[in-house]
Design a protein around this ligand. Structure first.
Ligand code: FMN
Length: 366
C-alpha cells in the first residue's frame, strides 16, 4: 500500500490515512460565530470523500478575533452543541475531526473573500481590529489597537477556553492558527510587531505569545487527542519572519507537546513576492521536519495523487493537507486511490457504485 493510505498516529489520534482537509473559511455563519447545518453537511461531505482528517475552518476564540462577521466562533459554551453535531457528521463520514482555533488580530473584521477589501465598517457589522502594534495590514485596513499586557493575557485565556470547548464538542485534533498573518503570526513577525516590551524585539520575545498559547491549549487538550500548530514558514519579505526562525520555533514546539506542525507560508503583508507554484511550500515542511524532529504536514498546490504520494515517500512530510483540490472534488481521496491502484478506499455504503474489485476502506476509530 502507498504510504498515503496507511494509518498515521498523531499524538493520541490514529488517522485512517494521510490525507487531510486543510482548514478553509466558508463565510457561512449567520452571525455570532454560530455553526449551522451548512457547516455540518460541507465538512461531513469532505469526510465521506475519504480524507483521514477534516480540519474545520479558522474558528474565532473571541468575537473580535473572527476574520469576518460570517466566520465561525467558539468563545462561548453555547457554541458547543452545534460543533458536536459537526464532529458527529465528520465521524459518520469516516474521518477524524479537527478544528482550527484562530484570532485574526489586525486582519479581523474584513469583508468575506471577494466581497470587498480592507476593514468592514461598523454599519456592516465590522469592528476595530487589534494587533501587537498600531501598524495596519495595508490599504483599506484600519490601524489596530496595540494590545496591552492584560489584553494579551485575555487572548491566551480565550485560546485555552476555546480548546476546552473543542474537546468538549468531541474534536480529535485541535490546531492553533499561528500562520497567514493572523494575530499569533503578527506577534512573531517584525513586520507587524514593533513592541518594546517582553512580547517584542528578539526572537524569544516575539515567540512568547505563541508559546504561551501552545502551553495553555496543551493543558486542556489531553494526550489522547492531538495538538497541531499551523505556521507560516516565511513572510517572503526581507526582514520579516524567516524559515530559520520557524525551524527554531518548531524545535521549541517539540518540547512543548505539539504533535505536528502544519507548514504553510505568507499572509503577513499584501505585497509579499511569493514564489507560488506546484508544491512550493514542501521544501519548508521538509526542513522543519528534519530540524525539529516533529511530524509535519505539507500544504499548498498539491493537486495530484502522485505529488501527494511522493511528498510522503521522499520524507518531506508525514501528512498532506489539500485545500482547493478537495473543494473541486471532495472524493479526491477515492479517485487518488483508484489512480494509484489502491482498491480499498471506498465508503462501504458506496460499494455498489464502485468499479469491480473495490473494497471498503477503514474508517476513523474502526
Ligand atoms: C476558500 C479558502 C479558505 C481558506 N481558509 C483558511 C483558513 O480558515 N485557515 C487556514 O489556515 N487556511 C485557510 N486557507 C488556506 C488553505 O488551508 C490552504 O493552505 C491553501 O489553500 C493552499 O492549499 P491548496 O493549494 O491545496 O488550496 C483557505 C484557502 C481557501 C482556498
Amino acid at each position: 500500500m502507498t504510504r498515503l493510505f496507511e494509518p498515521l498516529s498523531v499524538g493520541g489520534v490514529r488517522l485512517p490515512n494521510r490525507i487531510a482537509v486543510s482548514p478553509m473559511c466558508t463565510y457561512s455563519s449567520p452571525g455570532e460565530g454560530r455553526a449551522v447545518d451548512f457547516h455540518m453537511v460541507h465538512l461531513g461531505a469532505l469526510a465521506m470523500g475519504g480524507a483521514g482528517l477534516v480540519v474545520q475552518e479558522a474558528t474565532g476564540v473571541l468575537p473580535e478575533g473572527r476574520i469576518t462577521p460570517a466566520c465561525l466562533g467558539i468563545w462561548s459554551d453555547e457554541h458547543v452543541p452545534a460543533f458536536a453535531r459537526i464532529v458527529n457528521a465528520i465521524h459518520a463520514g469516516g474521518a477524524a475531526a479537527g478544528i482550527q482555533l484562530a484570532h485574526a488580530g489586525r486582519k479581523a473584521s474584513t469583508w468575506p473573500f471577494g466581497a470587498g477589501v480592507g476593514t468592514m465598517p461598523a454599519d456592516r457589522g465590522g469592528w476595530g481590529p487589534v494587533g501587537p502594534s498600531a501598524v495596519s495590514f495595508g490599504p483599506g485596513h484600519l490601524e489596530p489597537h496595540a494590545l496591552e499586557a492584560s489584553e494579551i493575557e485575555s487572548v491566551v485565556r480565550a485560546f485555552r477556553e476555546a480548546a476546552r470547548r473543542a474537546v468538549q464538542a468531541g474534536y480529535d485534533v485541535v490546531e492553533v492558527h499561528a500562520a497567514h498573518g493572523y494575530l499569533l503570526h503578527q506577534f512573531l513577525s517584525p513586520l507587524a510587531n514593533h513592541r518594546t516590551d517582553s512580547y517584542g524585539g528578539a526572537f524569544e520575545a516575539r515567540s512568547r505569545l505563541v508559546l504561551e498559547v501552545v502551553r495553555a491549549v496543551r493543558e486542556v487538550v489531553p494526550t489522547s487527542k492531538a495538538l497541531l500548530v499551523r505556521v507560516s514558514a516565511t513572510d517572503w519579505v526581507e526582514g520579516g519572519w524567516s524559515l530559520e526562525e520557524t525551524a527554531r520555533l518548531a524545535k521549541i514546539f517539540a518540547t512543548e507537546g505539539v504533535d505536528l506542525v502544519d507548514v504553510s507560508s505568507g499572509g503577513m503583508v499584501p505585497d509579499a513576492k511569493v514564489a507560488i507554484g506546484p508544491l512550493y511550500q514542501v521544501p519548508f515542511s521538509e526542513r522543519i521536519r528534519r530540524e525539529s524532529g516533529l511530524p509535519v504536514g505539507a500544504v499548498g498546490m498539491v493537486t495530484t495523487p502522485i505529488q501527494a504520494r511522493e511528498i510522503l515517500s521522499n520524507d518531506q512530510a508525514d501528512l498532506v493537507f489539500l485545500g482547493r483540490a478537495l473543494l473541486q472534488d471532495p472524493y479526491w481521496p477515492v479517485h487518488a486511490a483508484q489512480a494509484l491502484g489502491e482498491q480499498g478506499q471506498w465508503p462501504p455504503t458506496h460499494l455498489r457504485g464502485a468499479p469491480a474489485g473495490a473494497v471498503a476502506r477503514r474508517a476513523f476509530g474502526a
